[in-house]
Design a binder for this molecule. Sequence first.
Ligand code: FAD
Length: 473
Amino acid sequence: MILGAGPAGLACAYRILKNAPEKSVVVLDRLTFVGGAGASFKWKGHTLDYGPHAFHSRGSEPEQLIRSLFARESHLLIEGTKQVHVYLKGKRFRYPLQVGECLVKFNPLLSLLIMLEFSLTSIFHSVVSIPVENFENWGKKRFGSSLYKMSFGDYTEKVWKTKASKISEKFASEKIQGFSFVNLIRRLLRVGGQVTEPYFQTWIYHKYGSGNVYIRLADQIRQMGGEILLGTNVRSINHDCHHVYSLTIDREGGAAELPCAHIVNTIPLPHFVNLFGNGAPFPVRYHASKLRYISLILVYIEFAVERISDDHWFYLLDPDFKFNRVTEQKNLSAATMEPGKTVLSFELTCRVGDNYWNMSDEALFELAKADCKNVHFLKNKANRITDYLVKRVPNVYEIYFKNFDQHAERLLGYLSDFENVSTAGRRGLFLQGDQHQSVEMGLKMADMVSNGSVARQDIENFLRQYVKYIDDY
Ligand SMILES: Cc1cc2nc3c(=O)[nH]c(=O)nc-3n(C[C@H](O)[C@H](O)[C@H](O)COP(=O)(O)OP(=O)(O)OC[C@H]3O[C@@H](n4cnc5c(N)ncnc54)[C@H](O)[C@@H]3O)c2cc1C
């Protein structure tokens, strides 16, 4: 039994059936479509993703799996290199930020201040050891105050709707890596310096929208005899101390019990643990209640123009912008849009029930239009807007509040006491990763569970590989 028909759950089901065709595999999802956050939907003549969903390619196993699904129709997979910019201090910069470009485009006094702070901070911290306690400390220590605030600090607070001092420094190690001052200076002086690239540059994408990859994966699972139960709400997990024996699901106005030999979870970790009900000890339920999510509002605006820009997406770093990021999906695949039109999706993070969440669609549209006025290539396009659509997606991003790791660790510890339960994927492990990482985890988990019993040591190695926020796995 697999909970969740997103990238991780589907990849896991597919691989189990490949490894052991005789196995009975059931995938359950409460939504009525497959693909999780990577799904797409139709709006008029367009096919839209829930935010951009380029599949990062590195010639790895996840990429090979996706390519194998379309081996006979390889024209359906488009590949490309990311073109991303940021808006900062009213100017447009390439992303990831190139320090040379920043220093040239910023006002010279600001550039000087950044270099000075950067150098002094680096020297100071190389002789004085001050513990890093949160994301703000982490950023200031590495970049100096001004550069940190402009490039990460303000944006972090805007996205997570909280002070950066309340965010764990472990968020940085997942999202921002490979930064070295010496390396940077060498690159600036053009005397070498390694281009450490934390940011995935190349992608593959289905010509008709990200979700088609998962529709194809689901079709293959069904053809191999797997079952996918969509629109299915799980009420509870029925268990004793070390063994899960069934799930209770909602069915036709009542409930039904589904026996299971093994559960692979890929739904959000705290939600999964809550399904164990009062059978889970109080401290475990307490830790589950401490893991939080941020939600997303997407405002899709249709323009009667062929294209707005060349960017796949651009970030709105300045705090004056209400929205975080704008995507022009047409630049991933023109076939996802009606001819002669393009749709931009504007992303705004919020909490379920807050002012943004409760705003009318029209008010959100007006807010997006207000941000357009401060983007040079959008400010004159208001008269080309032909329509808009608003989608609200609850709980899409895991928040790394301080101490989140201790809460997550307790939940993973509780689950590891069950001999027939395993958890994987971005949601299942409370991670920040992308599609290819969830697919990879699904495949690896499948290899472990395909032969029936899962060795404890294998699970520990798996967690050590993926759950970097826990130090002593
Ligand atoms: C706006 C946005 C943009 C992104 N852009 C990219 C990108 O460009 N490239 C990239 O690679 N990744 C991107 N990602 C990340 C990507 O979406 C995730 O890494 C990936 O979807 C994680 O797959 P998953 O299977 O672990 O989780 P999910 O995709 O979240 O799937 C989990 C599934 O569990 C189901 N579920 C949840 N609760 C229950 C329940 N109680 N009962 C039953 N089912 C349940 C959900 O319906 C869902 O189908 C983006 C994410 C967002 C939100």
